[in-house]
Design a binder for this molecule. Structure first.
Ligand SMILES: [Zn+2]
Length: 316
């Protein structure tokens, strides 16, 4: 999996996906089923839970269909040389962020994709990965020599309790049919005091998402079935037992930053404003990359002996 949040399914099956039967699901975060429409996008619709505020695709494609859409070849994003250069530079920044918070031990990458990021961490950690794509797992094992990469969901890997010092979900949680179940499993297999990093996650409360709605570049309802905000992501992690330490919104110091994108944001926002003043107007546009579109969350599993309550050390 391991997309940057901007990828699309690469499988030829994806062209047929929108024609398949959809299924209604309750809110993954609070279990409620009362929602309001957030946006329509093609055949799909995004709804917002009236109980907790979680935005998600409903009805959605069956879980098996979602999972099979990740099977296949490298996506165009993985093959494009410039995107590959940007992605590697981003990986190096994220590696430094992890090393500032963890001193080594065992690291798990949930949805590790072809294993490129995991390989960059292998000199400092004993690395493990899981991914639902045969092709990616084969690449990670055979091309990169990552022996501990497992095929399937995290819940299928059956790791021992309290096995990992660090678990990360990079560009993954928005794709999972059951994010709460997978985060709970990450909690189980993480040591007390261990770190969870949820990164490359689109933020549905970003300026771009609020202004551009279904024309926001990170809206892909048949591919990314959950659209978290800092509030709903925090609540999800806390429900699994984690202590949320920090949110970050990587953009300004990343290889994806361009000054012209700020001007583009202003120009396109003005056009949206014009549409609201003159209703017949409808421009064909898409939001630009911009600050706040993507978020990273750092959380820790409480240490033993705190009765599940955070110690002072857990909060830092
Ligand atoms: Zn809810």
């Amino acid at each position: 999996m391991a997309c940057s949040g901007q990828c699309k399914p690469s499988s030829p099956e994806s062209d047929d996906m929108t024609n398949q039967a959809r299924e209604y699901v309750p809110c993954n975060l609070c279990g409620g089923d009362r929602t309001k429409l957030w946006a329509r996008a093609g055949e799909a619709q995004l709804v917002q839970c009236l109980g907790c505020g979680l935005v998600y695709t409903n009805p959605r494609l069956p879980a098996d269909t979602l999972r099979s859409s990740y099977e296949g070849e490298y996506t165009a994003e993985h093959q494009d040389a410039e995107l590959a250069r940007q992605r590697r530079a981003m990986y190096l920044l994220e590696r430094e962020a992890i090393l500032r918070r963890a001193e080594g031990g065992r690291l798990l990458d949930v949805g590790c994709g072809p294993g490129d990021f995991l390989a960059l961490l292998a000199d400092r950690f004993e690395v493990y990965g899981v991914d639902v794509s045969h092709v990616y797992v084969q690449h990670a094992r055979e091309k990169l020599g990552l022996e501990n990469v497992h095929l399937g969901e995290l819940t299928e890997a059956a790791f021992p309790d309290a096995f990992f010092d660090v678990a990360q979900m990079r560009g993954v949680i928005q794709h999972l049919p059951d994010p709460l179940g997978q985060v709970r499993e990450a909690f189980r297999v993480t040591k007390p005091g261990g770190l969870l990093i949820v990164s490359a996650t689109p933020n549905i409360e970003s300026w771009c998402a609020r202004i551009f709605r279904e024309r926001h570049r990170l809206i892909a309802p048949d591919h990314m079935v959950y659209d978290f905000s800092p509030r709903t992501l925090r609540r999800l992690l806390e429900k699994a037992g984690y202590i949320v330490q920090q949110f970050a919104y990587p953009y300004l110091l990343t290889p994806y930053f361009r000054w012209r994108q700020a001007f583009e944001f202003i120009r396109l926002s003005a056009l949206i404003g014009l549409e609201r003043i003159i209703p017949p107007l409808r421009f064909n546009l898409r939001s630009p990359p911009f600050w706040g579109n993507m978020m990273t969350c750092y959380a820790r599993k409480p240490r033993a002996g705190t009765g599940g309550k955070p110690s002072a050390r857990d909060r830092t």
